[in-house]
Design a protein around this ligand. Structure first.
Ligand SMILES: C[S@@+](CC[C@H](N)C(=O)[O-])C[C@H]1O[C@@H](n2cnc3c(N)ncnc32)[C@H](O)[C@@H]1O
Length: 344
């Protein structure tokens, strides 16, 4: 039976999140200007109008609600209390002066000074987004989710949920209890939480290089059935060959150097069982939506994203095919692309 109430709940939740985070986005930009943030970069490539962006976002929200109506996944549930949320917002605003100072000085080194940094790869110990501590501090882990939602007007969770559709198709007729899902670079566990809500008995695992982010993930997942969280490098996943039915990776590849992207892809292909599913979500690339290319040009100028420009023109199809994967589906979800691949 169609879940019409669930659909309405999902739409309402998305609308509220969009309204709230649009307000936070506006306030954050105003505060940044007040603190002397340098003027916005003007891209040479075309950018979409606000109306086009909003229409696309509306269409994404409708698709998300339709997926709930079809029973592909349950309505999203809020994480934490309003007091937690307000604390995270306050911390994000409190970090803004340092972020702006670092951006002005083109300094992305604060993570290198933190304990444990010398045991991690150099490409990783940078202040991605000019965020204090990069991925290495508890403070950074606590504000990551509100930062990402603010950047995407409350649509980050909706973009992630687009991965649940190919997973639902793959899971049709399968026993969750005998199915392993691995989220590669699971960060603060937002996607694993959606997976857990949709598939309570799935053998869900996440791997990430950041202990601080995994601790935050543990908090997000604490009231649900356990998910195995592994602290490790996706270039060397500590799982046996052909031991995973579903692998996912969301918003990771644009933060990796080209050769690391290939090593991670080879690892994902190694741990997947033949016939297994890989769902990839990351930023749009140049030419995906030609009228939006200017946004991709501006992004790494405003935020410290040292590998984004390379990612934006990398040949992902060739990379995945060379690793033994074959394409199933591909679509756009606002500023991201969603691709499903099968291991041959
Ligand atoms: C932009 S965040 C995305 C996190 C999460 N997937 C999400 O949807 O929000 C990138 C994540 O990749 C992780 N990461 C980067 N390089 C990694 C590597 N080589 N191995 C494991 N995790 C890595 C970071 O610690 C961070 O949590």
């Amino acid at each position: 039976m169609a879940d019409t109430l669930g659909m309405a709940t999902q739409l309402a939740g998305n609308a509220v999140r969009f309204g709230w985070y649009s307000g936070v986005n506006w306030l954050l930009n105003r505060e940044a200007r007040r603190l002397g943030n340098r003027p916005r970069y003007t891209p040479t490539r075309p950018v979409p109008s606000d109306a086009e962006l909003m229409a696309d976002l509306r269409a994404l929200f409708l698709r998300d609600a339709a997926a709930v109506r079809e029973g592909l996944y349950p309505p999203a549930e809020p994480v934490g209390t309003i007091a937690d949320h307000m604390r995270q917002l306050r911390a994000m605003f409190a970090d803004l002066p340092d972020t702006i100072r670092r951006r002005a000085a083109d300094d992305a080194q604060s993570a290198t000074t933190l304990p444990g940094a010398d045991e991690l790869p150099d490409y990783y110990t940078q202040d991605f987004h000019f965020q204090t501590g990069g991925y290495l501090s508890d403070d950074s882990a606590q504000i990551y989710d509100v930062q990402v939602e603010t950047l995407f007007y409350g649509a980050a969770g909706v973009m992630r949920r687009a991965a649940l559709k190919p997973i639902a198709q793959f899971m049709h007729g399968r026993d969750q209890r005998n199915t392993v899902l691995l989220d590669v670079a699971c960060g603060t566990g937002r996607f694993l939480r959606e997976v857990r809500l949709a598939y309570p008995a799935l053998r869900a695992k996440g791997i990430d290089l950041s202990q601080a982010y995994l601790d935050e993930a543990q908090r997000h997942l604490s009231e649900l059935r356990p998910v195995e969280l592994i602290t490790g490098n996706a270039e060397k996943i500590p799982l046996a060959d052909e031991s995973v039915e579903v692998a996912t990776s969301i918003f990771l590849y644009h933060e990796l150097p080209g050769e690391v992207r290939r090593r991670v892809t080879a690892e994902i292909a190694r741990v997947l069982k033949p016939g297994g599913l890989f769902v990839f979500i990351d930023s749009l690339q140049m030419g995906d939506r030609p009228g939006w290319d200017g946004l991709l040009e501006a992004f790494p100028v405003r935020f410290h994203e040292p590998y984004y420009a390379h990612y934006a023109t990398d040949n992902l199809d060739d990379m995945f095919t060379s690793a033994g994967l074959t394409p199933l589906t591909s679509s756009f979800a606002f500023l991201s692309k969603v691709m499903a691949w099968r291991k041959l």
